[in-house]
Design a protein around this ligand. Structure first.
Ligand SMILES: [Zn+2]
Length: 149
């Protein structure tokens, strides 16, 4: 691999788009199957929460507030609506995990860890991303507060 290859970034963008297409195809197949969602009962939610000892299965943190029963295999990828396909997750963790496939989520984690290091080392790309991200996140929080979502 030529590490200075300018096309390497373009190839990575194409790879991410291909992963997104896999997710979209799975979602379309799920919709076509006609299986509908249902809510868990209170008792089922209690079973889900106890599976991880009241910890978020995404970040590992203790759940002491609002939480969501997260599909281990996403509904859109054909996951079932039984308690054994759910694990507890913080609202924020579950909202960011969204319905990404495993492969997409692994790329997001790799990117996030790399970006975090760039920011902490104050590299030029890290400073740029920190500035852009903080502005984005501030606007996002303001939209949430005003209820525009
Ligand atoms: Zn969490």
């Amino acid at each position: 691999v030529n590490k200075t290859d300018p096309d390497i970034g373009e190839a990575y963008a194409t790879h991410l788009a291909a992963l997104r297409q896999v997710r979209r195809s799975a979602k379309q197949a799920q919709k076509a199957s006609g299986v509908s969602r249902r809510n868990l009962t209170k008792a089922e939610r209690q079973v889900v929460l106890q599976k991880t000892g009241s910890r978020c299965h995404i970040c590992g943190g203790l759940i002491d507030g609002p939480w969501q029963a997260d599909h281990v295999l996403s509904f859109s990828a054909g996951g079932k609506h039984s308690a054994d396909n759910y694990l507890a997750a913080h609202d924020i963790c579950n909202n960011y995990r969204w319905n990404y496939t495993f492969a997409e989520f692994q790329e997001i984690l790799k990117l996030g860890v790399w970006v975090r290091t760039q920011i902490e080392r104050r590299t030029s790309v890290g400073r740029n991303i920190a500035f852009q991200f903080c502005n984005y996140d501030r606007r996002r929080a303001a939209r949430r507060k005003s209820g525009i979502a």
